[in-house]
Design a protein around this ligand. Structure first.
Ligand SMILES: Cc1ncc(COP(=O)(O)O)c(C=O)c1O
Length: 422
């Protein structure tokens, strides 16, 4: 064996991620990018000026290491905020971890709990790092896909994708350690209902399983839907680690600050992993995010709260995108949450020639064709499925609509012009 080869625990996770591949594709063809999941407009002014003040602050300590498992001011405001929503008092020191984005928090959660032989149920579609983290930790993923249930020709909605109760129940057994669920879901935009979450919760309790609830899009939910936190359901606080992200909340994905909260016995395990890997995150960024959250906490539920104003702003962009995708012949799936829109492109198939692309899955061929021939980039949703289930997403494409109106108008024009040539 090669002395300097990759350790065995990483074998099987070496495939390039869809992000690496599609960032390169965008660099090569310079399309209008509706693929990457981040905004192309500035974050709210108050968060930028908070960071500006922090960076210029003469308090030496704001420029040095802070508490490893979370800057005191940030864990303090997060404990106040989430205590309100969970309906219990969350201890800022023992029940919260701040890490390097939600990614870091997921890593600490999975590494801190999954051992050789453990099974982890992952609901599909899923954020792609779940699978590789579980495998690296020695666990075995068991995938349960959301099933599409809409045979009518009416508008497609993210709530058309539902869990099959029997399929879900059959995935649990005595080796099951955890289940990972993402609500609001990337890429579908599905917001799990209370009864769906209750079904998962009942099985977690029955089989003594923990729930890793990735809620990074918690504030991006469209009326009349409501985000339900798994940890707020009866008996679930004790067994849930909830993941959040300042990057997603404030459109500051480049700041890479995220967190996990849950009961002290579970969060302790995350603290151990974090302390032995990342150790501490950037002090100034955590301080600025804390200032932002303090402002939001003061005006929670009011029009000037960013948690309210951002989804309102995005609602119009969502409707605009749904409209232009429909006009060019796709069937958009109207999301209840998040800032992605999945669309079914199969009706375009007779008009296009995908033969120049040789990828195994059709959505990869379609998105590459779209980038190279039309000049618009989307993401192939089969990347969010395990190998045996990728076919479920082959007729879909994912677009991101947290983009400036001008960019969305340009996308609409490009697609309209392409359609006119058909
Ligand atoms: C569902 C989901 N979880 C976690 C993350 C990672 O978030 P962060 O940028 O805070 O690491 C993302 C990013 O796209 C995501 O979509």
């Amino acid at each position: 064996m090669d002395k300097f080869g990759l350790p065995a625990r990483y074998l099987g996770t070496q495939r390039k991620s869809v992000w690496e591949e599609y960032v390169q594709l965008a660099a090569d063809y310079n399309p209008l990018d509706l693929g990457q999941g981040y905004s192309d407009f500035l974050p709210p002014e108050h968060i930028i000026s908070a960071l500006d003040q922090v960076v210029k602050n003469k308090n030496v300590l704001l420029h040095q290491y802070t508490r490893g498992c979370g800057h005191p001011r940030l864990v303090s405001v997060l404990s106040k905020l989430y205590s309100r929503f969970i309906g219990r008092s969350i201890n800022p020191n023992t029940e919260i971890l701040i890490s390097a984005g939600a990614y870091g928090a997921l890593y600490c959660t999975i590494m801190g709990h999954i051992d050789d032989g453990d099974e982890v149920i992952i609901i599909e579609p899923f954020f792609d790092c779940y699978e590789s983290m579980v495998v690296t930790a020695g666990g075995t993923p068991r995938f349960v896909p959301l099933r599409f249930n809409n045979n009518s020709s009416s508008e497609l909605k993210s709530s058309d994708w539902t869990l099959n109760p029997e399929e879900l129940e059959n995935a649990f057994n005595s080796r099951t350690k955890a289940i990972i669920i993402n609500t609001p879901n990337n890429p579908l935009g599905k917001v799990f209902t209370e009864s769906e979450l209750q079904m998962v919760a009942d099985l977690c309790k029955k089989w003594n399983v923990m729930c890793i609830s990735d809620e990074v899009y918690e504030w991006l939910v469209y009326e009349p839907q409501r985000h339900v936190r798994m940890a707020s359901l009866p008996g679930m606080w004790e067994r849930t680690v909830t993941i959040g992200s300042a990057g997603k909340t404030y459109s500051i994905t480049g700041w890479k600050i995220g967190w996990a909260y849950g009961p002290a016995n579970l969060i302790h395990n995350l603290h151990v992993v974090h302390r032995n890997s990342i150790y501490a995150c950037t002090t100034s960024l955590q301080e600025a995010i804390a200032i932002g959250y303090e402002k939001e906490l003061d005006c929670l539920g009011q029009d000037n709260c960013y948690f309210i104003s951002l989804p309102r702003q995005l609602e119009q962009k969502k409707n605009y995108m749904a409209d232009f995708l429909s006009k060019m012949g796709m069937r958009p799936v109207i999301p209840d949450g998040g800032y992605f829109m999945v669309a079914n492109w199969s009706s375009l198939e007779p008009e296009i020639d995908l033969s120049a692309e040789n990828d195994k899955y059709k959505d990869y061929r379609f998105t590459k064709w779209l980038t190279k021939n039309v000049g618009i980039q989307g993401i192939p949703p089969s990347a969010f499925y395990s190998e045996p289930h990728k076919a479920l997403a082959e007729t879909l494409v994912r677009f991101c609509f947290i983009k400036q109106d001008e960019k969305l108008r340009r996308a609409a024009r490009i697609l309209e012009e392409w359609k006119a040539t058909k």
